[in-house]
Design a binder for this molecule. Structure first.
Ligand code: PLO
Length: 502
């Protein structure tokens, strides 16, 4: 009897407290919720989060809220409102929620991807940006680095000609090496065991990080045995060990007058930070490791994932692949390999990349944002601490903005005469936007273009012996990955003939 009365009283208090607090303010429509669990009982679906959130939009509108246990959360599914969150009021919403899983990866919010908004995050982001500028202006620039990797990638694919195989490791190696040059001025060889270890732990991190994991809602669940959490912790330990080893080797070569990569930039900043009694935030070894770790992880995982999605779509749409190859043959031919300035020429390849980034965005819900001050979205009040999920998936598949959004149509990014690239709607931001926009966007775009142009100039991409097409469904996680698939590469006849005649 007593417990019944206590629970009824608590429930009454809870609802009264919410009503009083919201007097005169307008809040987004909220899913039903109960004490302690919040809306969790009503968020039960076998669909991946981005699809489920898109379905909920039909019932609750472009902006709606729910309680993830104790966390008030808002989902934004419309371009104009998302723009307000990311750009117009970018600063208000530029923080990140602290979560158990992202805290494990980031050493409690260090680095730049998962860290709170503030001077520390700003300083590390600037240091990474200044290293990007360093690479743009020097002879061994990104274009050269990517082309070297594209060349090694093509050599490796040629050795597997005619075989049915999973290309994941080859793409991973190519992307990992570009970012490894940026971070440490070093790279891995094809048969290096370390690259396989990295691919495995990275995959495990992606599958367990910031997913619809209850641990991120109720941290006390950690007290009980949990397979996912153990896997995440073990994978992060492996990652940190590998990074520490790389950092140790690079530190021995470090010279303050010769800054060549991201680690050098960070070590120099650390020395300056210790020398002068500056007001700058602290730079510790752990901060350095986490910052390099974010760039490293983002660089290798995202690019290789999108290359796989692109190739998978080309297997589904061989007529698009043929048209891209025709364009390569006409605009570049076989006497030279593709370079970045060919982007103005290979419009179909560029539009295909854009379409893949639309239909299968790298992060369908971006990384969750958090309001670090009281603010508003449209007419709605958003209290400090609210978690904001931008449903990029729904924005990229909005039928009021896109013609047949479920269809793969690269030509939607071309004008009528197919002579210019266009943006059919503003409802498109595969790299996010505003203060937290992807810092490596231009590098990612350059890699995607060059890797694919080099591959398609040389190879035909065919179905594997069992004729199985890749699934286009994907697996939801912090990176929306394609399920492993096999294919066959075959050197193109025209390429072989051109090689013989030179
Ligand atoms: C990828 C696995 C790595 O081992 C660790 C890592 C670090 C940074 C993360 C990245 C992972 C996934 C993609 C992320 C990136 C930071 C920004 C990027 C989340 C988990 C995106 C897509 O926003």
């Amino acid at each position: 009897m007593w417990w019944f009365l206590t629970i009824s009283l608590l429930t009454l208090l809870y609802y009264t407290w919410q009503k009083v607090g919201s007097l005169g303010k307008k809040y987004p429509t909220c899913l039903p919720h109960i004490p302690i669990l919040g809306s969790l009982p009503y968020l039960n679906s076998s669909d991946p989060a981005h699809i489920y959130f898109t379905k909920l939009k039909e019932k609750y509108g472009h902006i709606y809220a729910f309680w993830l246990g104790p966390y008030y959360s808002v989902v934004v599914s419309q371009f104009s409102l998302a723009k307000e969150v990311l750009l117009k009021k970018g600063k208000d919403f530029a923080s990140r929620p602290r979560m158990v899983t992202t805290d494990i990866l980031s050493g409690s919010g260090k680095g730049i991807a998962f860290s709170q908004y503030g001077p520390q995050w700003r300083m590390y982001r600037k240091l990474v940006q200044s290293t990007f500028s360093l690479f743009k202006d020097r002879p061994q620039n990104f274009e050269k680095i990517i082309c070297q990797e594209a060349s090694s990638l093509c050599k490796s694919l040629a050795t597997k000609q005619g075989q049915s195989f999973d290309p994941a490791l080859d793409f991973f190696l190519a992307s990992a090496n570009v970012i490894c040059q940026f971070c440490f001025s070093s790279s891995w060889k094809q048969d290096d065991e370390e690259i396989k270890i990295m691919m495995n732990f990275s995959d495990a991190i992606i599958k367990t990080l910031a997913k619809d994991n209850l641990i991120d809602v109720f941290p006390w669940i950690q007290l009980f045995p949990n397979k996912d959490l153990t896997l995440l912790k073990e994978s992060v330990i492996l990652r940190n060990k590998l990074l520490e080893k790389k950092i140790k080797i690079q530190k021995e070569k470090f010279h303050i007058d010769s800054i060549n990569n991201l680690l050098d930039t960070l070590l120099k900043a650390k020395i300056n930070n210790n020398d002068h009694l500056t007001q700058e935030p602290e730079i510790t070894d752990e901060h350095v490791l986490m910052t390099v770790g974010d760039i490293f992880g983002a660089g290798m995982e995202t690019t290789s994932s999108v290359v796989k999605w692109c190739i998978a779509y080309l297997l589904h749409y061989p007529q698009v692949k043929e048209k891209i190859q025709k364009e390569i043959d006409q605009k570049i031919g076989f006497s030279r390999t593709p370079v970045l300035s060919d982007r103005n020429q290979l419009l179909l390849l560029e539009s295909t990349i854009r379409e893949v980034l639309r239909i299968r965005p790298v992060a369908p819900l971006l990384i969750p944002h958090m309001a670090h001050t009281d603010s508003s979205i449209g007419e709605y009040t958003i209290p400090k601490g609210t978690r904001i999920y931008i449903n990029l998936w729904s924005i990229h598949h909005d039928p009021t903005e896109w013609d047949e959004p479920e269809q793969f149509k690269p030509e939607r990014f071309l004008d009528k005469n197919k002579e210019h690239l266009i943006m059919p709607t503003a409802s498109y931001f595969p790299f996010g936007c505003g203060p937290r926009v992807c810092i490596g966007e231009f590098l990612a775009r350059a890699e995607l273009f060059l890797f694919l142009a080099w591959i398609l100039q040389r190879f035909d991409v065919d179905l594997p012996d069992d004729g199985k097409l890749p699934s286009l469904e994907g697996e939801f996680g912090v990176v929306y990955q394609i399920v492993a698939f096999k294919l066959k590469f075959r050197l193109r006849k025209a390429w072989r003939e051109a090689q013989l005649s030179t």
